[in-house]
Design a protein around this ligand. Structure first.
Ligand SMILES: Nc1nc2c(ncn2[C@@H]2O[C@H](COP(=O)(O)OP(=O)(O)OP(=O)(O)O)[C@@H](O)[C@H]2O)c(=O)[nH]1
Ligand SMILES: [Zn+2]
Length: 374
């Protein structure tokens, strides 16, 4: 066959392959997905596998988890990071103009040091609101552009999140995350059967086709996209206020079997209750704990009823106070005193008296991030 008529492919100037070019617009990829879907895991994968780009990371953590996220990420090849920004004052998409833009502007002051930005949203974010940030601020628009939105879906729990009915006026954030995605990654396929996986696949597809009109990222014409995003921007609070974060911190070591028992009581038996008899329906559990006899810090990861403990490469320093920090994210606030928590945690629910006296330094700290005052 002659291929005369077929024009030769001419490569578009690759530009900047020799390192970051300060004059070029920087692409931003938004990584979204429900609580515990696997966003940070994907982020780590990109950061460790990708060697030709210098990547800056922006984390928008729900609750107080960012310190944990950071240690999780850094434990696997931190040298790729240029900058970490913590947007602690709430959700990026609730304070788009202030926090989000400012964070990126700050980051851009260090332009030249990186050539890509990865932005991990909270598990409860509406990525549409986050994405619109790039059009709201025209100055920002000349520095960076949105390359795409990746949504990570948990094959095991994704369907449950996608189909959950929300109180009136609230969007289901999981379905918004899928709806606005340019690319959907179904994760944790190892945890489900082929049949279950197919169900998730189908429902994600259906969801997409429902919103194709609204999305249309393909014709990346800034203006129409902006319009579309404006259209979907919610003026009322879009976050599910029913989801709360509680952080507990207890000094000292815990026996591994007690920790397991405590987590099982919390996630499986759901018998860790507050005074009013409420148990928390924990969707996401993160922790950094100090286990008796172990010289290294241990990370606790939980999503619904699944959890695991993983020893990190980080050793407790000799002059460092060993401590246990747990972040619970879920429904029904768990309002228990630090004393009670410590008792439950250290004894894993067994009988015991509370050793904290008022004139002693506090041995435990309870922080209620939202919806819970102790
Ligand atoms: N079995 C299994 N577990 C996975 C997979 N990917 C991630 N996980 C686990 O799922 C848990 C949550 O993963 P993360 O990457 O922290 O999830 P995330 O979406 O960043 O979580 P949040 O930021 O809290 O919303 C961790 O315990 C991971 O080890 C997978 O493919 N299979
Ligand atoms: Zn994460």
């Amino acid at each position: 066959m002659e291929d005369e008529e077929c024009p030769a492919l001419v490569p578009i100037a690759a530009g900047g392959s020799e390192g970051p070019d300060p004059g070029r617009r920087i692409p931003v990829t938004i990584i979204t997905g429900y609580l515990g879907a696997g966003k940070t895991t994907l982020l780590n994968y990109i950061l460790t596998e990708q060697h030709s780009k210098k990547i800056a990371v922006i984390l928008n953590e729900f609750g107080e988890g960012s310190a944990l996220e950071k240690s999780l990420a850094i434990s696997q090849g931190g040298e790729l990071y240029e900058e970490w920004l913590e947007l602690r004052n709430g959700c990026l998409c609730c304070s788009v103009k202030d926090n989000g833009v400012k964070a990126i502007e700050n980051l851009m002051k260090r332009r030249g040091k990186f050539d890509y930005i990865l932005l991990e949203t909270t598990g409860l974010a509406d990525p549409g609101a986050v994405a619109s940030m790039f059009w709201v601020d025209s100055e920002l628009g000349s520095d960076i552009y949105l390359d795409g939105i990746i949504s990570v879906v948990d094959a095991k729990h994704g369907l449950q999140h996608l189909t959950e009915e929300k109180p009136e006026g609230l969007v289901n954030e999981a379905s918004r995350q899928v709806a606005l995605a340019d690319l959907i990654i179904i994760n944790k396929t190892d945890l489900v059967s082929g049949e279950e996986l197919n169900k998730v696949r189908t429902s994600v597809r259906v969801d997409l086709s429902n919103v194709l009109d609204l999305h249309a990222f393909d014709s990346l014409s800034g203006i129409s996209l902006q319009k579309k995003l404006e259209h979907v921007k919610t003026t009322q609070a879009h976050l599910d206020k029913g989801i709360m974060t509680v952080t507990f911190e207890v000094l000292g070591d815990i026996k591994e079997e007690n920790l397991n028992l405590f987590i099982q009581n919390l996630l499986w038996e759901k018998n860790v209750k507050d005074k009013t008899g409420h148990a928390m329906d924990v969707i996401r559990l993160k922790g950094l704990v100090s286990i008796q006899g172990k010289s290294h810090q241990v990370i606790v990861q939980g999503v619904h009823e699944l959890y695991d403990l993983e020893e990190t490469a980080v050793e407790w320093k000799e002059d460092e106070k060993r401590t246990n920090r747990l972040v619970l994210i879920g429904k029904n606030k768990l309002c228990i005193s630090l004393c009670k928590f410590k008792e439950l945690f250290l004894s894993a629910g067994g009988p015991g008296t509370c050793p904290v006296k008022s004139n002693q330094p506090k041995l435990a700290r309870v922080t209620a991030v939202r919806g819970c005052s102790v």
